[in-house]
Write a protein that binds this ligand. Structure first.
Ligand code: MN
Length: 260
C-alpha cells in the first residue's frame, strides 16, 4: 500500500482538500496534514519563532497552526507512521499559474516535499475570478481531484526527475479536453495596486483583485487552461540561470568554476 500525504494552503476544512483526500484513497493510504485555517499566499514561509501544535482531527488527519511548509515538515518528520511515497497539495481554490507560483502556499508545500526527496504535486482549480466567490465548485474540485489521482498514479509508477515538482492547474469548465505539458507563463502587471479611500478620506492600497493579464505563448500553462486543458508544468528547484553563468563570465571577465 502506498502512503500519500495530502496538504494544502486553504486549510483543513476547505472543500478542495476533502475532495482530494477522498479520491486519492483509491491509490493508497491517505494522511492529511493541513493548516488550521487559510494560509494562501504565504509562499514557502516557515514558522520558527512560535510553538507549532498539531491537533488530531480524524483518523489519519491532523491540522496544525502553521504554514503549508510547516505541515510537510511535521508530517514527514513526526506525525506520519511511514514516509510518504508521494505528496499532493491542493486542490487549491484558484489558479497557480505563471509567476504566481512564487507566492503560492500550495506550490510551496510541493517544494518542501521535493526538498525532502519525496515526489510532489501541487493541484489548483482555476476559477473564473480566482476568488472564493459564491458559485459552488464542488464538481470542479472533484474533477480536479480525479486528474490529481491520475497524475499521481503516473508519478508513483514512473517517478519524477530530480529536484522537480509538478504544478497542475485544472480549468473549471464543463468539458476538459485533456492534459497538456506546459511551461510556466508570465503575468503582465496591469493595475496591480488599486488605490481607494476609506470612509475618513485616507487613502489605502489593495494588492491584486483585478483580472490578471498574461503573456501566453501557445505552450504556456495559462494558454492550456484558457483552451480547456489541464496544465502540467514541471517546476525545477535549482533556480540557477545557467545561461547567466556565461553572461557573468563574459561581462564581468570572471570564470565560473564548473568542477570542484
Ligand atoms: Mn489557497
Amino acid at each position: 500500500m502506498q502512503a500519500i500525504l495530502v496538504t494544502n494552503d486553504d486549510g483543513i476544512s476547505s472543500p478542495g482538500i476533502k475532495a482530494l483526500a477522498r479520491v486519492l484513497k483509491q491509490l493508497g493510504d491517505v494522511y492529511t496534514v493541513a493548516p488550521e485555517g487559510e494560509q494562501s499566499a504565504v509562499a514557502h514561509s516557515l514558522t520558527l519563532h512560535k510553538p507549532i501544535r498539531s491537533t488530531h482531527a480524524a483518523e489519519k488527519a491532523y491540522f496544525i497552526n502553521g504554514t503549508p511548509t510547516d505541515c510537510v515538515i511535521l508530517a514527514v518528520n513526526k506525525l506520519l507512521p511511514v514516509r510518504p511515497d508521494i505528496i499532493v497539495s491542493g486542490v487549491n481554490s484558484g489558479a497557480n499559474l505563471g509567476d504566481d507560483i512564487t507566492y503560492s502556499g500550495t506550490v510551496a508545500a510541493a517544494i518542501e516535499g521535493t526538498l525532502l526527496g519525496i515526489p510532489s504535486i501541487a493541484v489548483s482549480l482555476v476559477r473564473e475570478n480566482n476568488s472564493n466567490g459564491n458559485r459552488s465548485s464542488t464538481s470542479g474540485f472533484l474533477t480536479a481531484a480525479r486528474y490529481a489521482r491520475d497524475i499521481a498514479a503516473r508519478v508513483l509508477e514512473k517517478g519524477l526527475p530530480g529536484n522537480t515538482l509538478l504544478n497542475v492547474n485544472v480549468p473549471h469548465v464543463r468539458r476538459i479536453k485533456g492534459i497538456r505539458i506546459t511551461k510556466q507563463g508570465r503575468r503582465v502587471y496591469d493595475n496591480l495596486v488599486q488605490e481607494r479611500h476609506d470612509p475618513r478620506g485616507r487613502e489605502y492600497y489593495w494588492i491584486g483583485g483585478t483580472v490578471p493579464v498574461w503573456e501566453s505563448p501557445e505552450d504556456s500553462d495559462f494558454a492550456a487552461v484558457r483552451e480547456g486543458y489541464v496544465s502540467v508544468t514541471p517546476v525545477h528547484l535549482d533556480l540557477t540561470n545557467y545561461q547567466a553563468l556565461r553572461y557573468l563570465e563574459e561581462t564581468w571577465g570572471m570564470t565560473h568554476k564548473s568542477q570542484k
